[in-house]
Design a protein around this ligand. Structure first.
Ligand code: ZN
Length: 201
């Protein structure tokens, strides 16, 4: 396990939702990695603190009194206020105006081709396409990210294609499964959900 995998697991572990195997792997990593160990101690303390605190609620009328004493706000409508009053329109407008711009730029920057597998000498990589010729054989799983895959040969495991297209010829033989994952789309769905949750209240 590396540090990148450890961090989300720490949260799961503290929530009590980590699997036994994952918990054991995490503990092993924490013994080896002082940095993650430090983070984990801090999270653990925060977690304990939050759980030990009784729910604090403001006395009744407290919020109203504060609001009344605030200076009167200028008439200009805030962007967020407008979104809250027009939840239906906000779906389209937030998505198109705010998200699409940053979404496109973020993902076009991150289109580096990544290939992972045990014997990559079997592959021919040209421009953004990973080609496994007929008669060539990859032992174990093959993972390609940010590019297209053309399989004419054999894969002795799974083919994982992230953010790219794949094509298998009639001569192709893949013993495992083919996973096609579109991180861009999944990331977008996640972001839109995040954006919509305050407006939906
Ligand atoms: Zn670590």
């Amino acid at each position: 396990m590396n540090c990148e995998e450890a961090l989300p697991l720490m949260h799961e572990y503290l929530d009590g939702s980590a699997e036994d195997l994952e918990a054991a792997q995490l503990k092993r990593h924490l013994l080896q990695c002082p940095e993650c160990n430090r983070i984990f101690r801090e999270l653990e303390m925060t977690d304990a603190l939050v759980k030990s605190c009784p729910k604090i609620s403001a006395p009744s009328g407290f919020t109203d009194r504060i609001m009344q004493n605030l200076p009167v706000r200028p008439k200009r409508q805030s962007w967020f206020g407008w979104v809250k009053r027009h939840p239906a329109v906000s779906v389209a407008s937030v998505f198109l105006l705010v998200m699409l711009g940053s979404f496109l730029s973020m993902w076009s920057q991150d289109q580096e081709l990544t290939v992972k597998g045990s014997n990559l000498d079997q592959l021919v990589i040209e421009n953004n396409t990973v080609y496994l010729p007929k008669g060539h054989r990859v032992q174990g799983n093959l993972m390609v990210r940010g590019g297209d895959v053309q399989v004419d040969g054999e894969i002795d495991g799974n083919l994982v294609v992230v953010d790219g297209k794949y094509h298998t010829a009639s001569t192709a033989n893949i013993s495992g499964k083919i996973y096609s994952i579109n991180l861009a789309a999944e990331w977008l769905v996640y972001q839109v959900k995040e954006i919509l949750s305050p407006a939906a209240q």
